[in-house]
Ligand binder design. Sequence first.
Ligand SMILES: NC(=O)c1ccc[n+]([C@@H]2O[C@H](COP(=O)([O-])OP(=O)(O)OC[C@H]3O[C@@H](n4cnc5c(N)ncnc54)[C@H](O)[C@@H]3O)[C@@H](O)[C@H]2O)c1
Ligand SMILES: [Zn+2]
Length: 354
Amino acid sequence: MITKISVGKRNEKYDVLIGKEVCSKKNFQKFITKEQKILLLFDKNVPIKKIALIKKQLNSLGAKVYNYAITPGEQSKSIRNFENIHNFLSKNSFLRSDGIVACGGGVVGDLGGFVASTYMRGISYIQVPTTLLSQVDSSIGGKTAINLSSGKNLVGSFYNPKGVLIDTNFLDSLGEREYKSGLAEIIKHALIADRAFGNYLLQHSKNILKRDSDYLRHIITKSINIKAKIVTRDHKEQGIRAFLNFGHTIGHALEHAFKSKLLHGEAVAYGMDYEAKMSLKTLNLCQDDYDFVKEILKTYGFECKLNITFEKLKPFIKIDKKNSANTVNLVQLNKIGSCEMVPIKNINSLKKFF
Ligand SMILES: NC(=O)c1ccc[n+]([C@@H]2O[C@H](COP(=O)([O-])OP(=O)(O)OC[C@H]3O[C@@H](n4cnc5c(N)ncnc54)[C@H](O)[C@@H]3O)[C@@H](O)[C@H]2O)c1
Ligand SMILES: [Zn+2]
């Protein structure tokens, strides 16, 4: 079974297809034309058999496919790769009418999307996200980016793909920590927007942790529906899109403080724990709802036992992108399934939560 979700407004609209073996000839056909040249950008950790299969489907549609492998890791979202891929496209005479298929996690998706948005002022691209995090988060919403030596995601664009094919089969080869990191973003979507979905995640944790494909399709679909609704209403993050940053102010600070020891989703999970605790005070979140947050995090193995002081985190909390002059803007829960932005004028008032 395959689920379809439409994301974006009017002529910016694109379809997201979710299910097992969704990367079929029939589905690619919706997004590419026969004569197109396609750059198949892929992460070297994605099993090569799966890449070969995609290439076969694209070839059978009449497309001329060029493989381009990306070294795994955040450092690949670089200006150098950006330039190299542009040169590769140009040397192989890619035109405005040609396209890119980005097959990998958020790194390949962000890099491929940004190249697509700039080569000849924009060519089409298809996202084939292969990590759980990229399936429920980075492939949805049209944000693309690369990193500078001075910081992450500092150069980028808002550029929607032509389509997104989410094949749950890719998750078979994903490492356990990477898988759970994606689950943290799914939990976040439930906590900010849908209590019933939170209950589902609690009730079916065994099947979800076993990566049962039907449960996966369900939770990925639910999760994308939540993100899609938000990004369709607020594409350029001028308002409610910031709610997707629940857990991220403290999460990003933890990521910085622990350098590369924590995966993004792990840091966000612990960040949600701290930020839910803050919500008890800032928005009178009730104790039962806070316990719900703790329970769901515990169920998925995110019991926060970090040894960190507020003083260590403070410099990183201060540089959060949502901050405005001397004010930390925190996404806080007023109940499960609903949140608000809360300005914190005195950053030191957060000390008591650590
Ligand atoms: N554009 C957005 O809206 C957005 C949102 C969230 C995150 N991001 C970006 O996404 C990136 C993180 O994404 P990610 O967590 O997917 O990281 P990632 O792309 O680095 O992938 C994580 C790891 O999984 C490996 N991998 C990928 N697919 C695999 C598969 N099928 N089997 C086995 N291994 C596989 C990769 O090689 C890598 O080691 C960051 O750069 C972040 O800035 C972007
Ligand atoms: Zn995140």
